[in-house]
Design a protein around this ligand. Sequence first.
Ligand code: KIV
Ligand code: ZN
Length: 390
Amino acid sequence: MPDKKIFIFDTTLRDGEQVPGCKLNTKEKIELALQLEELGVDIIEAGFPISSPGDFNSVEEISKIIKNATVCGLTRAVKKDIEVAGEALKYAKRPRIHTGIGTSDSHIKNKFNSTREEILERAVQAVKWAKNYTDDVEFYAEDAGRTDNDYLAKVIEAVIAAGATTVNIPDTTGYCLPHQYGEKIAYLVNNVSNIDKAVISCHCHNDLGLATANSIAGIINGARQIECTINGLGERAGNTSLEEVAMVIKQHQKDLGFYTTIKSQQLNPISRIVSDIMRMPVQPNKAIVGSNAFSHSSGIHQDGFLKNAQTYEIINPEEVGADESKIVLTARSGRSALAHRFRKIGYEFTRNDIDVLYEQFLIVADTKKEVMEEDLHHLAKSYKPVEAIV
Ligand code: KIV
Ligand code: ZN
């Protein structure tokens, strides 16, 4: 099923690294690039070479060391940017230049003080310059999410004619609803005459919490590449989260038919590495990689989970390299969870014992956010077994 492969374009080292406080040095970037290659991403956006000598150096060093993935450098639609990116990528086995320009009326007027015609010419020119350095040229239509579809289709057709092999349709401001973003991709599939010559890419931001949903709507409507970052890091509210799209595609393989080459068991380990290296904690309730993603704390959920894990878990934590599921004890927990946790630390109690212990447990639980192992030892040791009724 070749046309059902979704290319994963990781931009943790570029869009992710733009987060204040997340800047990486070359050594850290190389370390992460190697981890990303090991994870199975198809394209690594290694940086924005003209932005600083340090970023140029990072892109150059990553180009030397990466064997299988495509290494990509970002540019504006500016000749010097493209020359510098071409130079930084010269050692890459598979170099890609990612060039582009804002196409929404807001960008055309406010950012460039220009016209639609002039922007289209600059887009085509940028792709032609990039083609001097590599065959693999990706064009981004910045703020495509708010760009008029008819004009966007004209730009996309022209850049493909000029040699772009991937066309990136960013929802730069995270504005689109999933059906709108999906319709935009469908519009391009149906109205760009040479669209079969390029891969359509989704690059969604998370300002309304819709980045993952929008990317999935994009592939359902014909896109075949998703741009994303580990832990969803990125400008403002972040980018599409790699672990989320990889697992949506995997979990819904039967109904959607798509696949990626991501090794899902590495998702939690790489999430922790990125969080540590960028000093950016992951929110506990984050899908797939949050510390609570596989924790159960209410009595009803715990009881169901202990009878059969699938009652409350759609993913086996092992499949995404997470620690085993946790039964967290709080004042909302039930007797079966308490008995389970006692068993785990070596205490086997009868049902009657648990009934009595549960009342004592609730008194402790009401004074704390979480009842810990040492509290359980204390409860167990001070417990006097109930006299058998004859
Ligand atoms: O969000 C965006 O539009 C971008 C482009 C530079 C691809 O990051
Ligand atoms: Zn972006």
